[in-house]
Ligand binder design. Sequence first.
Ligand code: PGA
Length: 255
Amino acid sequence: MKAKKIVIGNWKMSPHTRGEAKSLFDSVKKKVTSVKKTNVVVCPPFVFLGMLAGSLRSKNISLGGQDVFYKSRGSHTGEVSADMLSDSRAEYVIVGHSERRALGEDDEIVAKKAIQAVTDGLSVIICIGEDKRDESGKYLSVLSEELKNSLYKFPQQHLNKLIVAYEPIWAIGKTTFDAMSPADIEGTVIFIRKTLSLMYGKERASTIPIIYGGSVTVGNAKSLITDGGISGFLVGHESLIASNFNEIISIVEHA
Ligand code: PGA
C-alpha cells in the first residue's frame, strides 16, 4: 500500500482566543471528512490542545504539540511532558523547530526531546534546515550534521514514528515566491535520504517521510508536492487561514 501523504499545520503562537482556535479546527475537521490519502495533523499552542481534543472524532485528523520537554517527571517550571501531550490526545510533536533553536535549543537538547517523546509513544517531527545557501555547498554538511546530531541515539525500533521536516530557515514565513524551488527541494531530499541511509541503512531510510516547510501556500503547493520529491508539508502561516489550509490539503490529496 502506498504511504499516505502528510500535511501538518503549525499554528505557532496563534490564534489568540479559544473561540478562534475552535472555529479554525472545526473547519479543518469538516474538510478532512473527504480526505483519504493524506494524514492531517494540527499543532496548536499547548493551551488549546485539551479543548480541541474534546471534539476530536475523525480518524483523518490528529493533534500534535509544538514542543515537548526531555524529561517525563520532575520540577520543571513551564515545561510540558510527552505524557501530558498524549493525555491531551496529541499523537505527534514537533521537535527542534528553527524558532526554538533560535532561542537556544541545540542539537543535544533536540535529540533528548526526540528520544523522550518517541519512547513515550509520540510520533516525532524533527526539523532541520540551513540558515543560508552558499555556492560551495557548505550548507549540505550543516544539514547532515544537524540531522545526525538531532537524531543522536534515536531508538531505531521507533523509526516508524519519525518524520523529517526540511525547513530552510531563509524560506520561512514569507510569500509564495520565496519558497524553495521544487528542483532544489528534490535535490536536498535526495541528500537527506542519503544521510539517513548512512545512519540506518537504505531500506529503513526509504520509509522515513521527508516533508518540506517554508512559505508553503495555495499558490506553490501543487508544484512543490508534484516535483519536490517530498511526502508532504509543514505549513505555518497558511495553516491559520482555514480556507487556504484546506485547499493545501486538497492539493496534496489529489497530487
Ligand atoms: P511558514 O512556516 O509556512 O509560515 O513559512 C513554516 C514553519 O515555520 O513551520
